[in-house]
Ligand binder design. Structure first.
Ligand code: ADP
Ligand code: MG
Length: 434
């Protein structure tokens, strides 16, 4: 049972346990389902009168059936005659299109994230008061950005006068570089300093970048001293950010730290069910459990699998079989997880404030050589490329690739710092693939 027609029939079947066949026939025989998505069922009836009866007498029961089927609340919209259905623009305000859908309502709370969730709610209710900054950290794909935006949503709703500023770690760096080039640093500063709420996503990207950290330090102080709220996310806690400026580390640790861990099976099942409901896809519990058992460490992938299944169903008109689920899981978790050589080279170069061309070029300066060797080592670790191909990506041959990889392995055995660098770069690569 998957299509909207099936779900509608299931609803009528359920209602028929409470209503006589005549009642069902009278009120529903000429009603048809129109759309089921974003937690909303839309149906069409021929007359205003029927709409009123259905809405007054049956909408609660219909919603109850939907809630049984999907484990979440639905809205019922009834159209009359040939009235057009226009899905809402939803709440994605023009200035923050990324924000759509990331609300507290859509966030499933479990043991792994309940502290971060409670902290985010506290901040949204009392911005700038108790927990400043709020620092949310955890691996990629576990809901950090979701909570960040949920705070944004809530503040926009309850404190519409407050000015919200959102920035991602790598954009902050790039915008700053651009502003310096164009002589517009003053504009850049004003853009963020006057925020009542600063949402800073993926701060790990500024670690090690001296001028960016310096600039952020001043932005931070400016906002903080004005009593305004700052929320930061990162893929690791401040004390594990080896290249973070100590002044920033102290500031961050002066606020509230909240970590998010991978969700347990029960939470993963609830999330899978919720994401499916949002797409109007009803999956049997056995399928939900199967998916949630297979995809453990990353909610983004869990969601990816559900989206794939919806696509298979829409495009191929497939019913959801175990094979379809397996295929979706392979598509999402295996293929999407392998970073491209370009990404590895870019993130390695970024880490040392170099450009990809620096790594591909001939210079043998210490830093460029090390960066080049690390990029080759990471390609060996994270992709299936042959030594030959790895060498080619950096304009080298396979002998050089092999000796570079060995060199890094030796360094890692003797030098703890290199191990941390490798972990940091790997983490930047995986948070970019999401
Ligand atoms: P991160 O910023 O930690 O990498 P995101 O916030 O982008 O992760 O989350 C990845 C995806 O998983 C998003 O689509 C988000 O809505 C979803 N997600 C993560 N955690 C939850 C949760 N607890 N409930 C519902 N959706 C979640
Ligand atoms: Mg994120």
């Amino acid at each position: 049972m998957n299509s909207i027609q099936d779900i509608w029939e299931e609803i009528l079947r359920s209602l028929s346990s409470r209503l006589t066949p005549t009642a069902i026939n009278t009120w529903f025989a000429d009603s048809v389902p129109v759309s089921l998505e974003d937690y909303r069922l839309v149906i069409r009836t021929p007359s205003e009168f029927k709409k009123k009866i259905i809405s007054d007498r049956f909408s609660a029961s219909i919603k109850a059936v939907l809630s049984d089927l999907f484990s979440c609340d639905f809205e019922l919209l009834i159209l009359v005659g040939d009235e057009e259905y226009e899905p809402d623009e939803k709440d994605d305000p023009d200035d923050f299109p990324e924000m759509a859908g990331y609300t507290f309502d859509n966030f499933i709370v479990g043991n792994s994230n309940k502290f971060a969730h409670a902290a985010a709610i506290a901040v949204a209710e009392n911005p700038g008061k108790n927990y400043n900054p709020l620092f949310i950290y955890g691996n990629s794909g576990l809901g950090k950005t979701h909570l960040l935006w949920a705070i944004g949503h809530s503040i926009r709703e309850h404190f519409p006068e407050k000015k919200i500023s959102y920035i991602k770690g790598d954009d902050f760096t790039n915008e700053l570089i651009k502003a310096i080039k164009e002589g517009k640093t003053e504009d850049f500063r004003n853009k963020h300093r006057h925020a009542d709420l600063l949402l800073f996503d993926d701060i790990q990207f500024i670690a090690g970048k001296q001028s960016t950290q310096e600039e952020f330090f001043h932005t931070f102080n400016y906002i903080y001293e004005a009593g305004h709220q700052i929320v930061i996310t990162s893929d690791r806690p401040p004390m594990e950010m080896s290249l973070l400026d100590d002044r920033l580390r102290t500031r961050f640790e002066g606020g509230l730290m909240a970590d998010i861990a991978p969700p347990d099976l029960e939470t993963r099942m609830a999330i899978a069910r919720n994401k499916a409901a949002r797409l109007g896809l009803l999956l049997p519990d056995s399928v939900i459990e199967y998916i949630a058992t297979a995809v453990k460490s990353n909610v983004r992938q869990l969601e990816g699998v559900i989206k794939r299944l919806t696509a298979y169903q829409d495009i191929l008109n497939d019913t959801i079989t175990k094979e379809a689920v397996d295929r979706a899981i392979v598509d999402i978790t295996v293929i999407n997880d392998i970073p491209t050589p370009e990404l590895i080279i870019r993130e390695t170069a970024n880490y040392y404030n170099l450009s990809p061309e620096d790594l591909k070029g001939v210079s043998r300066s210490r830093e460029k050589t090390l960066g080049r060797q690390i990029a080759m080592y990471l390609m060996r670790q994270l992709t299936n490329l042959s030594l030959n191909d790895i060498g080619k990506e950096l304009g080298r041959n396979h002998t050089t690739a092999l000796s570079s990889i060995r060199r890094i392995e030796e360094l890692m055995a003797s030098d703890q710092a290199i191990t941390i660098v490798i972990r940091d770069i790997t983490s930047n690569i995986t948070s970019s693939t999401g």
